[in-house]
Design a protein around this ligand. Structure first.
Ligand code: FES
Length: 255
């Protein structure tokens, strides 16, 4: 892939105070060279990084989000928050993929306080990866407004997604490989498609209708969802009292 030398990615980094932030500090003190592409937010544990933080960062146009925590087993809290971070990262990647954003734009790494050189290396490698992808939306072929719209729709579903996560996806494994295997299994990808796919489509339809009343065909064109699917969502929303059909104008409006 071609590296775009004229493009400097903007990365938002959430660094755990006890390990990765100290590692970043050491990289600075030791004068290790790495690209100045990351804006850092210090958090007390990588487990503190919420799904909403990541989605908001992308909605604000960040090209990549980095989460840096302590190595598994080294988290400074009894709850071992870095396992939660690992789980959240996998779930978030699935959601990003679902709305057409390259999941590579989200990266989680373990960096200890003594690994200044490793911090410099991971920032350099993430920056290179993002340079190859280009600005957010370019490799995805989605324009800025389209991206914002999709992220807003997912953002509106966060309470529901958290409920699904708590009820159906909360797992605890010992290794990263087990998390990877679980979150890429048919069981989980199917669950996301089934439980979140429909809600996401509905969330997007509601956002559109809040802007102006629309007919089924136009919603289908804008969202690139088949008219029969749009019609199914509108039927169910009409039954739930969320939208109303204006027969004289052949348009749907939110209630
Ligand atoms: Fe560093 Fe929890 S304290 S990841």
């Amino acid at each position: 892939m071609v590296v775009r030398h004229d493009f400097e990615p903007r990365i938002l980094g959430f660094l755990c105070n006890w390990c990765c932030y100290a590692g970043a500090d050491l990289a600075g003190v030791s004068r290790y060279q790495y690209p100045p592409t990351m804006k850092i937010i210090r958090v007390m544990c990588s487990g503190r990084v919420d799904l909403a933080f990541v989605l908001r960062a992308f909605k604000n146009g960040t090209d990549g989000v980095f989460i840096g925590g302590c190595w598994l087993g080294d988290c400074h809290y009894l709850t071992q928050g870095n396992y939660d971070a690992l789980s959240m990262m996998h779930l978030c990647k699935l959601l990003l993929k679902h709305i057409g954003i390259n999941p590579v734009r989200l990266r989680l790494e373990w960096v200890s306080a003594s690994e200044g050189i490793r911090f410099a290396e991971v920032v350099t490698s993430f920056t290179k990866e993002l340079k190859e992808l280009g600005p957010l939306g370019s490799s995805e072929e989605i324009d800025r407004d389209g991206l914002k719209f999709k992220l807003e729709a997912v953002n509106n579903l966060i309470p529901y997604i958290k409920l699904v996560e708590r009820e159906r996806l909360r797992v605890h494994f010992d290794t990263e490989e087990e998390y990877e295997e679980y979150f890429t299994s048919h069981e989980v990808t199917g669950l996301i498609r089934e439980l979140i796919g429909d809600k996401l489509a509905m969330s997007q339809i509601m956002l559109l209708l809040r802007e102006k009343p629309l007919p089924t065909e136009e919603i289908s064109d804008i969202l690139d969802i088949s008219p029969s699917e749009v019609s199914r969502h509108l039927d169910s929303s009409t039954r739930q009292g969320l939208v109303r059909f204006n027969e004289s104008r052949n348009l749907f409006t939110p209630v």
